[in-house]
Design a protein around this ligand. Structure first.
Ligand code: F6R
Length: 369
């Protein structure tokens, strides 16, 4: 069933171009307008939404964090992202025009299910973004948007993550189209960018030899750090989670801007740090700011592994390794940049002789609180 691959995780990483394409399939009409009939929610109800809360756990939470940047930018609707188990047991502010979006590959995660039920009790409109047809969470929600990524078998989530980002972007664009906001006119060109993501992901996957080599060299690492900024910050968190889960290496993701507020104290000679660069089109010169961060940690002896868009000369003087992904717009970068980090974790864990599909102490679907 692994189709000749060494693990399901490896297979699922390689399936991402198809998985993302399937998430996007059939979502636009002949004029390029978004149609999300599958949601089964009265568009008038959606038009009135004034706040969005995304609830999820683990990798799904990080896909929500990523999507927040795009959704707020495109819709101008205030969007929060919260761990489902934290949301459930505090006292969140919910009104009739609050939309609670749950994100779950399995659709069975108890923490997420409890959050959805709570949101409904408080009167919120609920939408489930889910990969498993007919699962409990979409059944308990007012509407569902399926990622159509195909079954994910490996415990560590990969293709579900990139598909969740794509699905959440669809929802954001749809809301912006319905509300006729600033970005409604741009929705079509953004859809075009989105439709190019699968081919870009394939390009990234085709160029992973060096990343695999680096992973094998680093099999004895005791700690790996990940830095990202803006829409790439959640990618740093997700890259670290993959490494913890399957390679049992201490890994932490940071927002690059936070470095000087503490984490830079961790940098000592030889410390490997992945830096996930924002694209050059990210506003406020954030690209240049992160280049300065690389410079700062390199001066303190860090080994810098930089993931960036092709042709990025600015990072070269401070990078021990440059891992390039195709040039795209800032919001699409996360779906490309996570690929090398998934491959890295999978290859490193395999080099350590670990069972990447069944990491210790973890279950694919966490059906207890
Ligand atoms: C990470 C991982 C977990 C899940 C989390 C949520 O690789 O597999 O962190 O992402 O348990 O699971 P779902 O998406 O099924 O709700």
């Amino acid at each position: 069933e692994k189709g000749g691959h060494s693990s399901f995780m490896e297979k699922e990483i390689l399936e991402q171009p198809h998985a993302i394409a399937d998430t996007l399939l059939g979502r636009t009409d002949s004029d390029g307008a978004l149609i999300l009939d599958e949601l089964n929610i009265d568009p008038e109800r959606l038009k009135a939404i004034d706040k969005i809360i995304i609830v999820a756990c683990g990798t799904a939470y990080y896909s929500g964090l990523t999507a927040k940047y795009a959704i707020e930018h495109w819709t101008r609707i205030q969007t929060e992202v919260e761990l489902a188990h934290e949301f459930r047991y505090r006292d969140p502010v919910i009104g009739p025009n609050t939309l609670v979006v749950s994100m779950s590959q399995s659709g069975e995660t108890m923490d997420t299910l409890m959050a959805v039920k709570h949101a409904k009790e408080l009167g919120a409109l609920t939408i489930a973004i889910c990969n498993t047809y007919g699962a409990t969470i979409p059944r308990e929600s007012d509407g569902a948007l399926y990622t159509h990524a195909g079954p994910e078998i490996a415990v560590a989530s990969t293709k579900a993550f990139t598909s969740q980002i794509a699905a959440c972007y669809l929802l954001g664009l749809y809301l912006s189209q319905l509300r006729g906001g600033t970005y409604a006119d741009d929705a079509r060109s953004i859809m075009t960018e989105l439709s190019e993501v699968p081919a870009h992901v394939q390009t990234v996957l085709d160029g992973m030899d060096r990343v695999r080599e680096i992973a094998r060299f680093m099999a004895d690492s005791r700690s790996v750090l990940f830095l990202g900024r803006h829409v790439q910050f959640p990618i740093a968190l997700e890259g670290a989670l993959k490494l913890k889960e399957i390679a049992y290496i201490h890994a932490e993701g940071f927002a690059a801007g936070e470095l000087k507020h503490g984490p830079i104290a961790l940098i000592e000679p030889g410390q490997p740090v992945f830096i996930i660069m924002p694209s050059h089109d990210t506003p406020h010169d954030l690209h240049a700011k992160v280049v300065s961060n690389i410079q700062e940690i390199r001066a303190r002896g860090a080994r810098t592994l930089v993931i960036t868009e092709e042709g990025d000369e600015a990072v070269r003087p401070f990078a021990d390794e440059v891992i390039e992904v195709p040039k795209t717009s800032m919001m699409m970068m996360p779906m490309l940049s996570i690929i090398p980090l998934q491959v890295f974790a999978c290859e490193l864990a395999t080099a350590k002789g670990l069972d990447v599909d069944q990491p210790r102490n973890l279950a694919k679907s966490v059906t207890v609180e």
